[in-house]
Write a new protein. Structure first.
Length: 156
C-alpha cells in the first residue's frame, strides 16, 4: 500500500473517532443509560385517559417536548403545543442537573421520557393532565416523520 493512502485512512478514522459523541451519540438527558425494567412502557394517551391507573408509578413514553418558562410539558403531538391544547400534555419537572446543552438538544423535539407519573399534579395553573416527576430519562427520539416514499397512497 502506498503511504498517502495509509495516511488518508488514518486521518479519516481519527476524524470519525474525534467527532463522535463520547456518550455514544445520546442526545438529551440520560445519566444512567442501560436497561430499566422498573418502568412501565405506556402511551401518553393511556396516562391522560386513565391517570389513576398510573399514579405514582414509573413510566416511559414518547411525546413532543416543550421547555419554556411556566410551560414545561410533553404533548401528545406537536400540533397540541402549537394550538395550546394543554390537556393533551403532561407537565414535566425538568431535572435540576440537566444542562442547558441537554435541554437545547431535546426542546421542541419528540422525546422518550422516563419518570414517575403524578395524576394529582397538573402543573402550572392546573392546565395539564398530570405531571412527570423524578425524571431519569429525557432523550431525543425524532425530528422528522418517517418517510412514506414508496408506500401506497391511502384509500380515500
Amino acid at each position: 500500500m502506498n503511504r498517502p493512502f495509509i495516511a488518508a485512512s488514518v486521518l479519516l478514522i481519527a476524524s470519525v473517532v474525534l467527532c463522535s459523541n463520547s456518550s455514544g451519540q445520546i442526545r438529551g438527558y440520560f445519566p444512567k443509560p442501560g436497561p430499566d425494567d422498573t418502568v412501565q412502557d405506556v402511551s401518553l394517551i393511556q396516562l391522560i385517559a386513565q391517570p389513576e391507573k398510573f399514579d405514582g408509578k414509573p413510566v416511559r413514553f414518547i411525546g413532543f417536548l416543550r421547555i419554556e418558562f411556566e410551560g414545561n410539558a410533553i404533548y401528545l403531538h406537536r400540533e397540541d403545543f402549537d394550538h395550546g391544547i394543554s390537556n393533551n400534555g403532561v407537565w414535566i419537572d425538568i431535572p435540576v442537573d440537566m444542562t442547558k446543552h441537554q435541554k437545547d438538544e431535546v426542546n421542541m423535539h419528540y422525546v422518550i421520557c422516563a419518570g414517575v407519573f403524578r395524576a394529582g399534579d397538573r402543573g402550572h395553573l392546573g392546565m395539564f393532565s398530570g405531571a412527570i416527576t423524578n425524571v431519569r430519562r429525557l432523550q431525543f427520539w425524532s425530528d422528522e416523520p418517517r418517510s412514506t416514499k414508496g408506500l401506497p397512497s391511502p384509500v380515500r
